[in-house]
Design a protein around this ligand. Structure first.
Ligand SMILES: [Zn+2]
Length: 478
């Protein structure tokens, strides 16, 4: 699943839980910590000051309205709240929120999670289930009636222009396998941070032509991926009404992934300015001359693959051009190194559970008790106002900092080595930078040697030499 890059955090202060209201800052902090843990990027915060007491009256909540509008328009692609009751207390509103989520595809998380361990989680799941159920029923009704309509007319809906990937005149019921293959290849390239220009070049190199019999351009490739048809999404007057029952080049989820990538690329990164695209680029050194090797996509005889090579047109670490003598397929090397990194992560001992000095609950209870006593004495008239408010604000700020430490400790505990393995195994492209950080905690560098031409036999294991972190150069991997 693609991680949201423009998350909106919704925080709300209300006076309806006596004495227990969570400060807006504390809600925001917890939400930001959650986003960091999930690898989501925060775009903006929607602070609502909603101090009316009633939970039943239809309240005006301008920030909530604006946030939903932003989500509908795609300005934000994820929403994070401290808990469901910060978002809304009214079932009808929650239902329409979840429906909006389904329709517009933004992601949603609460710091309390949505597991069934909490009453909130159970409620959300129940409602999600009900919404899904209703949606399914509605969809099958729509499809049935449209199929019936088509059948009553006695012929399928007449043509329109052919869409790349589908057989002409088949009314989107049959695909062209070679074109599906190209669409899927392009999908993988786009997910691997290649550009639509790279896809156009790959398709042209494979001898493919557009349905109008022209060469592929960036615009024409984009048009293919923008078409809901290739994701099997059936539309009626511009609205999605369900999934095609016939074969289609991409799944709905894959199609949605591509939309996210295309949307985020409206201003393409300059070449060389972006982040690294490959897990091990930068780590691979030419075994012959010691230059840092390049990793690139190549299309040779219609086959597209990654290769790594000593670049003879690029100045290497030693201040001279690479020797150009080493040129290897990248996939094999990546596989070997992946095995090595994963093995190293599994060998690492899990960090011991947090020590008892990280348990703040006693101290928090004591402070809360002192605040209650203080309040009672003031109510009984044993304290004058000035003393009361002085002591109260002092205790409150102490309590706030304890609670902050408590939540920080929870975050620390969740970042054990076990999580490193989980982060490692998530090979989503959006996770690349974190995975590269893990690589750099295991591998210092890898010397890559030349192997013979042809690909009948896999390369020998000692055709690469790995220098692990904190170790002298070592022999074969494996
Ligand atoms: Zn070299």
């Amino acid at each position: 699943m693609v991680k949201p890059k423009r998350v909106g955090i919704y925080v709300r202060i209300s006076k309806d839980r006596k004495g227990q209201e969570l400060g807006i800052q504390r809600q925001e902090k917890a939400c930001r910590e959650l986003c960091e843990r999930l690898g989501w990027s925060v775009l903006k915060v929607y602070p609502e000051n909603d101090t009316s007491a009633s939970t039943t009256a239809k309240k005006q909540r301008p920030m909530y309205t604006q946030m939903l509008r932003d989500a509908r328009e795609g300005l934000i692609d994820g929403i994070v709240v401290y808990s469901i009751d910060r978002l809304t207390r009214r079932i009808a509103e929650l239902t329409s929120f979840l429906e909006a989520q389904k329709e517009h595809g933004f992601q949603f998380a609460t710091t309390e999670g949505e597991d069934t361990a909490t009453a909130n989680g159970r409620m959300v799941l129940t409602i999600k289930g009900a919404v899904a159920q209703q949606e399914t029923e509605r969809m099958s009704e729509r499809i049935n009636s449209s199929l019936r309509q088509r059948r009553e007319k006695g012929k399928p809906h007449a043509g329109g222009p052919r869409v790349f990937g589908f057989e002409p005149g088949s009314n989107f019921q049959r695909v062209v396998p070679e074109e599906v293959e190209l669409i899927r290849l392009g999908y993988r390239m786009l997910m691997d941070r290649q550009t639509t220009g790279d896809v156009a070049r790959a398709w042209n190199a494979a001898g493919s032509r557009t349905v109008g019999d022209t060469a592929w351009s960036i615009q024409k490739v984009k048009r293919v991926y923008r078409s809901e048809r290739i994701g099997g999404i059936v539309t009626y007057r511009g609205d999605s009404v369900g999934d095609s029952i016939y074969p289609h080049p991409l799944t709905r989820e894959e199609w949605e992934n591509v939309q996210t990538v295309l949307d985020s690329r409206s201003t393409p990164a300059r070449k060389g300015s972006g982040k690294r695209k490959h897990l091990y680029s930068g780590f691979l050194k030419c075994g012959h001359c010691g230059s840092v090797m390049s990793v690139q996509w190549a299309t040779i005889q219609g086959r597209t693959f990654r290769r790594t090579f000593c670049n003879s047109s690029q100045v290497g670490a030693v201040g001279q051009l690479g020797c150009g003598k080493v040129n290897r397929s990248y996939a094999w090397i990546e596989e070997r190194l992946n095995e090595l990194v994963e093995a190293a992560l599994r060998r690492r001992k899990p960090t011991p559970p947090a020590a008892s000095d990280e348990d703040f609950s006693d101290a928090i209870n004591v402070l809360e008790e002192r605040i209650r006593n203080l309040r009672r004495r003031w109510k009984e008239g044993a304290l004058d106002d000035e003393d009361y408010f002085d002591s109260l604000s002092h205790l409150r700020s102490e309590l706030d900092s304890l609670r902050a430490s408590e939540s920080a400790a929870v975050v620390r505990q969740s970042r054990t080595e076990k999580d490193a393995l989980a982060v490692w195994q998530d090979d989503d492209m959006t996770n690349l930078e974190r995975r590269r950080a893990i690589v750099s905690s295991v591998i210092r560098e890898v010397s890559v040697y030349s192997v013979g031409r042809g690909r009948r036999k896999p390369p020998e294991l000692d055709s690469i030499k790995v220098t692990p972190i904190g170790d002298e150069p070592q022999g074969p991997t494996g």
